[in-house]
Design a protein around this ligand. Sequence first.
Ligand code: GUN
Ligand code: ZN
Length: 429
Amino acid sequence: MTIFRGTVLDTPDGTAPGGIRLRSETDAALVVVDGRITARGPFAETLRAHPGHDVVDLRGGLILPGLVDTHVHYPQVRVIGALGLPLLQWLDEWALPEEARLESTDYARAVAEEFVRGLVSAGTTTALVFGSHFAAAVDVLFETAARSGLRVTAGLVASDRSLPEPLLTTPDRFYDESTALAERWHGVGRTRYAVTPRFSYSASDEMLDACASVLKDVDGAWFTSHVNENVAEVTAVAQLFAAAEHYVGTYDRHGLLGSRAVLAHNVHATDPELDLLAGRGASVSHCPTSNASLGSGMFPMRRHVGQGVRIALGSDVGAGTGFSMLKEALQAYLVQQLLGPDGLPLTAPDLLHLATRSGALALGLDDVGDLGVGKQFDAIWVRPAVGLPLDVGLRHAASPEDALAKTIALGGPADIAAVWVGGDRLTPP
Ligand code: GUN
Ligand code: ZN
């Protein structure tokens, strides 16, 4: 049993941004047994009730729930920062040539380590990861993630058209490799399997049928892909799938959408698509730095929330500009501000919820995403170096909400002093 002492901020209530409550306790104690929080309260009182246990003193800075990234590409660590191109050209010039290099398992192993280090150092404790087109590279990702202690859901990426030849596969091969990977990793420790067609633009109906077969045969598997990211992409998908009502429909008519589905972007969603997503209980991963960097557009969050679509946040590394979910939260806020009357005004607690509890809910992890009794101790210690602007800001914060807003505005990987998952302290590989 360990007692963690410090200022704890989290957002246990609600499911969608807009009026989320911040729970804050100064000099609190979290009692952790076998990775789970069993008691929580004022430090002195809680210590009296649990005498003789180790105390980890995290005073100064903030204890927050571990950050949850619901959309991040493992093979793209080395292409972060390629600015200036829209989606399809960025894929051609940067992402896809790099992804082809993961055919070499040695190359993939090095990238997997860099990727896991990127997540841990940014304070991400749970991620839905877009894998590789190569089964051996996905195996290496699972191996590296399992060794790190992160909670990772990931899978083999499927494409059978529109991409460079080395990245293509067949529906049969995809089914066989996916089920073999799921057999090895789904439900093992903190890893789970996700069926992952890259996007409808690069998947035929036969491939999407194979995805449905894997989803059916791997009990409790997740589904993830991209949707409605960029206008040229949306137009191309409409031409490829003349029989589908819309982009969301290209997945839905294969039975791929349910409460275990997470679709990234959805910047250019129509109302019927939002209704369908809400009806299916599927989630949308909003990736704001990627949307800005590729010029994809401004995310209609107000319409998503208004129509009852579940949303969470994703970094979308490498189109996204880094692993920090604090930066994604800030960018999500900025975009809604820029949308004026069409935007959804977001508070700091709304943003923390989006970066933690919303992601846990999208991933079906009910015991993750806040630091209440009964939850896993997945946590980060935000502890900026003395004298830097965030340290100054935290020491002069007018309220816990203000401290949180300053953390979102100024915080980054350099300020994440420690990371725990299920009570285990993680160290980057
Ligand atoms: N759509 C299909 N592949 C990708 C990708 O790698 N990144 C982004 N942002 N969108 C995609
Ligand atoms: Zn993506």
